[in-house]
Ligand binder design. Structure first.
Ligand code: ADP
Length: 470
């Protein structure tokens, strides 16, 4: 599907793309693919609509976001089912995603009317300094498949609140949830050109085409660090303001003072939420040597009751991955990890058909094992032992990534360690950090900028200073 300048462009005229349910391989819908010219038209529409939209009353933008929040909230179940169908995650994961996703619409509805500037007298007394905060311009929003709703709302919410017009480019694996969100805004009367949706078959040239116009003034991207780098380079040409939510390689630390049971539950939450397909997923577990056997035993015992299965089967704890290719990637990583000494201590069953990955617990992992170096994106727990806090901090920081870390221990110990970790977010005795009201984002090669919270709105605003004599 494609939505440009307030018009849905039909599938029949164009090349179409099947959207597949990864749990069973069924084609659930087909969408038209956008051509490069469609992408140019989307830029034109976003540019034409910008002046009027950026000058609407903040209250009107806020009301639109509230109405979208209400309308989509009433359809939570339907939206969750769509996410299950195109992404493969479980109904529980999808329902949690919908709540999280819609929180961004509500939060930014609240924030749209609270954009503040500043007014002060210059020290020399010759002028007044007026600091305004204005929308940055037409924004291109590029999203991945792992959270088909939330990755869109956490960009679209602040963009609309700030007064930016938008072009959404969802992942081709999960465009149907994006379509529902855009359709809702359209039905609620979002002016034409304010929200556009494109689905090109090849993202690279399409995004280049849009950036080359020089009209896109904001690029917000969530995805891999590899693609993030390409987009940062492409953005340099016209000096586009960017927000980058890139890869993670989250360490999960279990200190000597930790409660093993709490740490096991935290690890399950941090790893198995969304089947491990989250940039915030605990990637590598560092456990104090005195606790490691018991931790691995209790973790294996807990996950042995979990079921990997189709997302629409309510008894499934872990759903399908988004594609068979993802499963192969993870199996290959585990094979390489085993070649470096990793031992499987638990492996769950999986259904015979579909893109499923076994819940796997591994021990015997040295600190340079490939399983600690790469983002796994599946239900795999590599456990590394450590002897003291210094070593734990050193190992946790030994990565080019810096999105999130989890620390379990007495609150004093966990906070002390948390302050020393080079990451954007720390879960202190918690396996989940995400919240629409909290600044989400990473340091180092995990990204630039923050999403959600007050900071999330700043990403779509720029400062404008007026010098007034007198
Ligand atoms: P993931 O590993 O999560 O699929 P990607 O970075 O490959 O992460 O994809 C995230 C988003 O970026 C998707 O919408 C995808 O289509 C888009 N994308 C992939 N390659 C490029 C590119 N070269 N330029 C712009 N967008 C891209």
């Amino acid at each position: 599907m494609m939505f440009v300048d307030g018009v849905w462009r039909a599938a029949s005229e164009r090349q179409s793309h099947p959207v597949v349910n990864p749990a069973n391989g069924d084609v659930i819908d087909t969408i038209p693919l956008s051509t490069l010219d469609d992408c140019s038209a989307a830029v034109d529409a976003a540019v034409s609509a910008f002046d009027a939209w950026s000058q609407t009353a903040p209250r009107d933008r806020s009301d639109l976001l509230y109405e979208a929040w209400r309308s989509l909230t009433a359809r939570t179940e339907e939206l969750a089912e769509l996410i299950v169908a195109e992404n493969g995650k479980t109904m529980d994961d999808a329902s949690a995603e919908v709540v999280y996703a819609l929180d961004f619409l509500r939060w930014f509805a609240e924030e749209a009317v609270r954009i503040r500037g500043d007014y002060r007298r210059a020290p020399r007394g010759d002028k007044r300094i007026i600091v305004d905060r204005v929308p940055v311009g037409p924004a291109l929003l590029i999203t991945p498949w792992n959270y088909p709703a939330a990755m869109i709302t956490r960009k679209l919410g602040p963009a609309l609140a700030a007064g930016c017009t938008t072009i959404i480019k969802p992942a081709l694996e999960t465009p149907l949830t994006a379509r529902e969100i855009v359709r809702t805004f359209d039905e609620l009367g979002a002016p034409k050109g304010v929200i556009n949706l494109v689905t090109p078959s090849n993202a690279g040239p399409a995004v280049d085409r849009m950036l080359e116009t020089g009209e896109i003034r904001k690029l917000s991207f969530t995805g891999s660090t590899v693609v993030g780098r390409i987009l940062l380079r492409a953005s340099a040409e016209h000096v586009v303001k960017t927000s980058m939510e890139l890869g993670g390689n989250a360490p999960f630390l279990v200190l000597e003072s930790a409660s093993i049971d709490e740490a096991v539950e935290g690890a399950i939450q941090a790893k198995l939420r969304n089947g491990g397909a989250a940039c915030t997923a605990a990637n590598r577990l560092y456990v104090h040597r005195s606790l490691v056997s018991e931790f691995a035993d209790r973790l294996s015992a807990r996950v042995s009751s979990f079921r990997v299965g189709s997302g629409d089967d309510r008894t499934s704890t872990v759903g399908a991955l988004v594609s068979a290719a993802e499963v192969h990637k993870i199996r290959d990583l585990i094979a390489r990890g085993k070649g470096q000494g990793a031992r499987v201590v638990f492996e769950s069953e999986i259904p015979e058909q579909g893109a499923f990955m076994n819940i796997t617990v591994l021990k015997g992992i040295e600190s340079d094992n490939v399983l600690t170096q790469q983002e796994i994106f599946g239900p795999v727990f590599p456990i590394v032992e450590f002897d003291d806090e210094e070593e734990a901090v050193r190992l946790a920081n030994m990565t080019e990534y810096g999105l999130v870390a989890y620390v379990f221990g007495s609150e004093v110990d966990a906070m002390r360690v948390g302050h020393r970790l080079k990451v954007g977010m720390v879960g202190v005795n918690r396996g989940v950090v995400s919240d629409a009201a909290a600044p989400f984002g990473g340091v180092k090669e995990s990204g630039i900028g923050r999403e959600g919270s007050f900071e999330g709105l700043d990403e779509y605003l720029q400062v404008k200073y007026l010098a007034v004599s007198g």
